[in-house]
Ligand binder design. Structure first.
Ligand code: KMH
Ligand code: ZN
Length: 279
């Protein structure tokens, strides 16, 4: 179970599922996303996990918009930008994969198909392998999203086939209907199976977010915070933006004596170059 000295906090401000009807403070425009990321960075977040929304506020894989949002965020602060290639349920795989052409430093890689609530999240093995190869060519660091135990094995097979470079970086996602339930036991099982030099974070969906984030930090893992993963700060109380959730994750890391990684420290623990490459 690899652990980093300081905790890397990732902000996930928007996600693909919630709308502003669910939480009016959800950032959906490029400006609102950049504002939320800048505020999160000031609070201690070192990575921004970004989903894009179109003018209709629905998830989009528009590469031009992706370039615009990445540039806007980078003009505000030096946070590490990670684009989601999960994008949104129902968006075709090829369109999602094309987002890496915007050359973010990091992007997610979802290794397996699965049920996702009442929908299907399609990640066919051949397409995933092709995307992993392309990310390697472009120097885009994949964050491997694992929603079930077998997803880890699929990633390890891709590593063995030379498609993924070490150190691997994982999100252990708990609480998606169709994936692992959000229980401490499942988190412990997955954390214990992490390769020795891997970096990992917990992505705990919904009500379990606080409890599982605390456990991940206590185990030496990293955490993700933001409205993508939970709309509430506590039961029945909507979060007033991303800041309260990021501030809470930072506080937890500090209270547990982990400390919070700067962007430079996050670069080191995630195996990224010391400085952002200019295109
Ligand atoms: N929305 C989370 C359940 C991705 O964007 O590629 C998983 C996620 C994956 O963040
Ligand atoms: Zn996401």
């Amino acid at each position: 179970m690899a652990s980093s000295a300081k905790a890397v906090v990732t902000v996930a401000p928007t996600g693909p599922i919630a709308s502003r009807d669910d939480n009016p403070s959800l950032p959906v425009t490029p400006e609102a996303i950049a504002d939320a990321v800048q505020e999160a960075h000031e609070l201690g977040a070192a990575v921004a996990h970004l989903h894009l929304r179109g003018e209709d506020e629905r998830p989009t894989a528009d590469v031009g918009l992706a370039r615009h949002v990445v540039e806007l965020v980078q003009s505000r602060c030096d946070i590490l930008v990670q684009l989601s290639t999960g994008v949104g349920l129902g968006v075709p795989f090829d369109a999602r994969a094309a987002l890496v052409e915007a050359r973010p430093e990091m992007a997610t890689l979802n290794p397996c198909s699965m049920s996702f609530g009442q929908a299907e999240f399609s990640n066919p093995p051949k397409d995933v392998a092709r995307l992993a190869e392309r990310m390697r060519e472009l120097g885009v660091k994949p964050e491997l999203e694992i929603y079930d135990t077998g997803h880890l094995d699929a990633c390890l097979r891709m590593r063995d086939a030379g498609l993924l470079a070490e150190p691997l970086q994982f999100s252990i996602v708990l609480g998606v209907q169709g994936g692992m339930a959000a229980t401490p036991e499942n988190l412990m099982t997955m954390a214990a199976r992490m390769p020795a030099d891997a970096a990992w974070q917990v992505v705990a969906i919904g009500r379990s977010n606080l409890r599982l984030s605390a456990i991940a930090l206590a185990l030496g893992g990293n955490v993700r915070a933001g409205l993508e993963d939970t709309l509430h700060v506590r039961r029945g109380e909507l979060a007033d933006g991303n800041a309260p959730l990021v501030a809470r994750a930072v506080r937890l890391a500090e209270d547990l004596d982990r400390g919070v990684a700067t962007v430079a420290e996050a670069r080191e623990s995630l195996g990224l170059p010391r400085v952002r490459a200019t295109a």
